[in-house]
Design a protein around this ligand. Structure first.
Ligand code: 13P
Length: 265
């Protein structure tokens, strides 16, 4: 299936707790070279551990299209929060995007939806674009509660969605992360429609342009084998990819599939 209105796609490689300075350098050089030949409408981001952010930014080619992204950021501007980094610190070294509320971060730090929203607002206030992750757990999925959980999570992001600064929303069903399982394609499409409707309800008439400007990404066991089918779904504006992004050849294969989809429009 193809969306006639498809204008751009975003692919984010989330490297989680993987890699070294050396392996990251080689990865960036290879991805940079491959990106140069792909559709201009494809945005590619790479979320690296904090300690590698500066290095990753300087390892890019001069005309690189690769956006280096943080994997998380503090909800606080400053203070006695040992081990945290602030969005102003990210902005200060030129980082433009950060993941917020990834399910692994939510679990590790016991973050609720309110804390995730505050973190996203803090990022926006520093000029850093949050990529906010939402998604149901297996119990909610099995109980048929996916849509109500997603509507509630989007509602908790009301101020983030209504803010002037951009944001992205990534739908990652918790049970699909790292499990090799994905929802059925119609379930992914249905979840994205629910998220879009919930965003639409938050945005009043004047902000409709803003509504459609919030890209929705799917994440959870995306691979070179399923990326084309997922990206072709209505409302899916990209993918957030963990394990399958670690090998650069696999990431390039997925970026090429996305580019081909864009060029066929
Ligand atoms: P996997 O692609 O390994 O399932 O991870 C998804 C994810 O958590 C991306 O942020």
């Amino acid at each position: 299936m193809h969306r006639p209105d498809m204008r751009s796609l975003t692919l984010i490689a989330n490297h989680k707790l993987h890699g070294s300075r050396e392996s990251l350098t080689a990865y960036i050089h290879a991805l940079d070279a491959a990106c140069a030949t792909l559709s201009d409408q494809l945005q590619i981001m790479l979320a690296v551990p904090h300690v590698f952010l500066s290095h990753a930014m300087s390892a890019r080619a001069a005309a690189s299209r690769l956006h280096i992204t943080s994997q998380d950021v503090s909800q606080h501007a400053h203070g006695a929060y040992t081990g945290e980094i602030s969005s102003a610190m990210l902005a200060g070294i030129g980082v433009t995007h950060t993941l917020v509320g990834h399910s692994e971060t939510r679990s590790r730090l016991a973050l609720d939806d309110g804390a995730v929203a505050r973190t996203a607002l803090q990022a926006q206030a520093s000029g850093v674009t949050p990529i906010v992750c939402i998604g149901e757990n297996l119990g909610d999925y099995d109980a048929g509660n996916t849509h109500s959980v997603l509507s509630k999570q989007v509602e908790s992001l009301r101020e983030v969605i209504a803010a002037q600064h951009p944001c992205l929303i990534a739908y990652e069903p918790r049970w699909a992360i790292g499990s090799g399982k994905t929802p059925l394609m119609q379930e992914i499409a249905g979840a994205h429609s629910v998220i879009r409707r919930a965003i639409h309800n938050i945005c009043d008439g004047e902000k409709l342009a803003r509504d459609s400007a919030i890209p929705l990404l799917y994440g959870g066991s995306v691979t070179p084998a399923n990326v084309h089918e997922i990206l072709a779904l209505p409302e899916v504006g990209g993918a957030l990819i963990g394990s399958a992004s670690l090998e650069v050849s696999s990431m390039i294969a997925m970026a090429s599939a996305a580019s081909a989809l864009l060029e066929r429009k």
